[in-house]
Design a protein around this ligand. Sequence first.
Ligand SMILES: NC(=O)c1ccc[n+]([C@@H]2O[C@H](COP(=O)([O-])OP(=O)(O)OC[C@H]3O[C@@H](n4cnc5c(N)ncnc54)[C@H](O)[C@@H]3O)[C@@H](O)[C@H]2O)c1
Length: 351
Amino acid sequence: MTVRIGVIGAGVMGSDHARTLQGSVSGATVTAIADPVQDRACALAAETGARCFSSAEELIASPFVDAVLIASNDNAHAEQVMACLEHGKPVLCEKPLAPTVRECQDLVDRQDALAAGIPLISVGFMRRFHPAYRAMKTLLEEGAIGQPLMVLSSHRNSTCPPGGNSAATITNSGIHEIDITAWLLNSPIESVSWHAPRSTALDSSRQDPQVLHLRTADGVLTAVDLFLNAQYGYDVRCEIVGELGTVELARPHLTTTSRALTESKSYAADWRPVFADAYRLQSQAWVDALISGTRPPLATAEEALAAARVAQALVDSMNSGGATISINHPHPAAGESFAGGKHERTLTNVR
Ligand SMILES: NC(=O)c1ccc[n+]([C@@H]2O[C@H](COP(=O)([O-])OP(=O)(O)OC[C@H]3O[C@@H](n4cnc5c(N)ncnc54)[C@H](O)[C@@H]3O)[C@@H](O)[C@H]2O)c1
């Protein structure tokens, strides 16, 4: 049985996902690529043996597509996910599900109204599949460090493309930290505050770095530094401090070199090598679920909505001088998708 997947967006992530799906995910074949930049779509389609489309709508409607992976720009997600819902096609949408709470809410409402059994929407918060984060969560659940008390995280990119703003740092990059914090602690984020140190002179378009404080319902306080122009490399850190000890994400060094009486470690330029396993494992889990007709064990639309609410609260805090902002989650927010797994509906158009 093979799931025929259409990939929307042939940029950095779409190309990476298409190659991974085609080369490293069993039960999947990439049959279509769409991008308004036709040359880009057709080059990736030629490489993966797919057909190319200039319009996402055409790809979603194509009879050669059973399921859709969306890796277009953030502001195109909501309309494309909605079109997948209308066509009854399962969709794995890159994070964020959409940049605004309103759009995420509309998608959750439409999915609920369709009552299709297994939810069609999965969201690419792929850190949940990173083996090191999973090991940390297991250790936490086993009580290895006792009750968690605080989490210290860092999210640093070498450089970031021009054209963003301070809010996009939160809704596009900080959203990873929001999701993984609630998932690791299995506790929804209930209040937040935003803080700004002196800003780098290397990016005049946004406050950079930023510091986020996230307080989960279990009373744990998380501090995250987001620094998108850190220059030295791509670096994600996370340490959970508990009553009995700490557990820390292994540092993402690609190599350690010893020479001339010195040991040096190299960083990746971006996220792709650091999270390659996570992207592959996430896609494999999605495809496996589509084939077996079970609920995909990926982040749900409701969890993406919860993350969007937290991101909005952080933007509100930013716009009100760092005030503490509370969040009311009408939906269950954390850990929900990993508790799922019941058989509700099979994917009929998989062949
Ligand atoms: N999970 C992660 O670790 C991770 C990392 C980076 C980016 N992302 C997300 O992946 C998505 C893509 O990011 P990227 O870095 O590949 O960006 P990118 O700019 O490299 O690629 C985006 C592509 O989408 C295309 N596009 C724009 N509007 C479109 C539309 N309406 N229909 C179809 N295609 C359209 C663009 O032409 C471009 O080729 C974003 O949502 C981003 O937030 C996730």
